[in-house]
Design a protein around this ligand. Sequence first.
Ligand SMILES: Nc1ncnc2c1ncn2[C@@H]1O[C@H](COP(=O)(O)OP(=O)(O)OP(=O)(O)O)[C@@H](O)[C@H]1O
Length: 298
Amino acid sequence: MINAADTAAPLLEVNRLTVDIDVDGEIRHILNGVSFTLKAGEALGLVGESGSGKSMTVKAIDRLLPRGARQGGSIRFRGRDIATFKGSEARRYCSEVAMVFQDPRVAINPVRKIGDFMTEAIVTNGGVSRREANRRAVDMLARLRIPDGARRLEQYPHELSGGLLQRVMIASTLLTEPKLLLADEPTTALDVSTQAEIMLILNDLRRDLGLAVIFITHDLELAGAICDGLAVMYAGEIVEQGPHVYEAPRHPYTVELMAARPDIERRVKRLPVLTYNLERHRALTAGVPAAAGEEQRR
Ligand SMILES: Nc1ncnc2c1ncn2[C@@H]1O[C@H](COP(=O)(O)OP(=O)(O)OP(=O)(O)O)[C@@H](O)[C@H]1O
């Protein structure tokens, strides 16, 4: 559990979650008793090797399990079992929990304008006028450090770079004012510098908006740097979790995972990129020019 000393009620409680899937008559145990809690505004990094069950865990939270999957245990949101949500409660839950996917180009309709895509949910389900929806979209784009939002709303996805499009996706997700963001490797498809920038922006937003976030990532450094705690998954179970996992891993699997990180030379090379982005990001936030030399490093 994260911040066990803190007594605020959890926003999300995942308790002994199991998921079994029938594959050609053979039952596969995908999740074997996953438990963790998350409070409003907290960020949890869900890490572990490929196939360990990270995506399946967030799919269960998002009520998007594959057909034929059987779920056990419970997932509680604000103290209530999400399996009991029906009708308007289910719709409310859908708008309070949002997912950001790995590759924005897979999740966006290529023939629709960015503005139509971004505002659809709040116009159709939220009863917001198109004019007001466009205003909110431009505001949200600005929060994601995308200037000239009105022009962006008129563009099509192919006119935007991958990094810009992922920021548009995040902005669009946040328009429904979710309380929990599920980010399944949101920057994997992007280059390292854009990855760091997006993660920093997301991290600032979660503080500003009091958003709880589950980051699925293979990047232990980034997760360790921005999350309140890590949960390490192996073969459908969480083998270790807490606020000090990154600095002081105890489980042999976590120790192995840490040892398998990119070699030290690569990490040291990467540090200036992170520092650079942090400086640039702070400068942008404060509305002053970025540090000298930035252009050379771009
Ligand atoms: N629809 C499905 N039917 C059967 N098995 C599945 C299905 N989807 C996923 N699995 C299996 O469930 C296990 C967990 O998959 P999951 O996608 O959650 O892993 P992951 O930790 O997110 O991996 P990655 O980092 O590669 O995304 C894997 O063994 C995967 O093969």
